[in-house]
Write a protein that binds this ligand. Structure first.
Ligand code: FE2
Length: 304
């Protein structure tokens, strides 16, 4: 039996091809910060299991200009914040508090519900500076939507980096595995999250499990994807087809996010900060929020 399975896996050496390319649109969020958002949009509501991909900035704030997303709730999914430049300060109704700095990740499983704020740090608000990062929303399966909220925060030292043999491509492994290196984050559902930096001439071949849906988002330069070398440029998302390998190359400096996850194939009922399976659950989420059952951020202890 083992030999048969091994032979089967040897036969499946398929490189995923780009099936669809979507250009990010600009969207204003929170208290007025602008994001580049490949989805959701009118033509692409989600890429199962991912519900949203936002590139925040890059923006150069003047002193006193930086804005964020003050207190707001979430239920039914996970928010994954990855900071490239600047600092984001986070507080939530479960008592978590922290500053995510450059190269850091905050992985919040909202589950049954949480109220949080995501703001530029006091220093960025006071002094200004460059802010650049990503927020991804990953859906939770029906059975985990009402789970206990969980919060994981990792500094850059806890995000492993791997490099291709020729040194032309390196990857920060936020979730899952790449080039034989495994991330330290502990995900609720199987998720692959990689941040690639490509130098001219880089060629990447990375294995992603065949049951994952995979997207590539280019946020600097341009790449060519798959054996058919489809060009994907800065601000574009490529949705990949089936296969075992993801392959892309660049003849110029480029940055690419690779996201992969197992599609949930469940109904999605979403409105604003809530993502459930049915309209009734959505109504319940709003009712629970209005009646305070999602909690509130306690700030009494902090004076000054
Ligand atoms: Fe949020």
């Amino acid at each position: 039996m083992e030999i048969v399975e091994q032979r089967l896996s040897e036969q499946r050496e398929i490189v995923r091809e780009s099936q669809r390319i979507v250009t990010a649109h600009h969207q204003t969020e929170g208290a007025g910060f602008v994001v580049r958002r490949p989805f959701p949009s009118a033509s692409l509501s989600f890429v199962d299991p991912f519900l949203l991909l936002d590139e925040m900035g890059p923006i150069e704030y003047q002193p006193g200009q930086a804005v964020g997303a003050p207190d707001h709730p979430h239920r039914g999914f996970e928010t994954i914040t990855y900071v490239l430049d600047g600092e984001i300060e986070h507080e939530d109704s479960a008592g978590h508090r922290g500053v995510v700095g450059a190269g850091g990740v905050q992985w919040m499983t909202a589950g049954a519900g949480i109220v949080h704020s995501e703001m530029p740090s006091k220093q960025v608000q006071r002094d200004g500076g460059r802010v650049h990062g990503f927020q991804v929303w990953a859906n939770l399966p029906a059975g985990l939507k009402m789970s206990q909220p969980r919060y994981q925060e990792l500094g850059p030292a806890n995000i492993p980096v791997a490099t291709t043999d020729d040194g032309l491509a390196s990857v920060r492994i936020i979730a899952g595995e790449a080039l034989g290196v495994t991330a330290s984050i502990n995900t609720v559902t199987p998720i692959v999250y990689q941040d690639w930096t490509l130098r001219p001439g880089a060629r990447v071949q990375v294995q992603v499990p065949a049951d994952h849906q995979v997207v590539l988002y280019v946020f600097a330069g341009a790449i060519e994807v798959g054996a058919s070398k489809v060009s994907v440029a800065d601000g574009q998302l490529s949705i990949l087809g089936d296969g075992d390998w993801v392959g892309f190359s660049a003849d110029q400096p480029a940055r690419v996010l690779l996201l992969g996850g197992v599609p949930l194939r469940e109904p999605v009922a979403r409105y604003g900060p809530f993502v459930m399976n049915t309209e009734a659950e959505l109504q319940q989420a709003f009712a629970d929020y209005r009646s305070g059952r999602l909690g509130e951020i306690t700030r009494e202890a902090r004076i000054g």
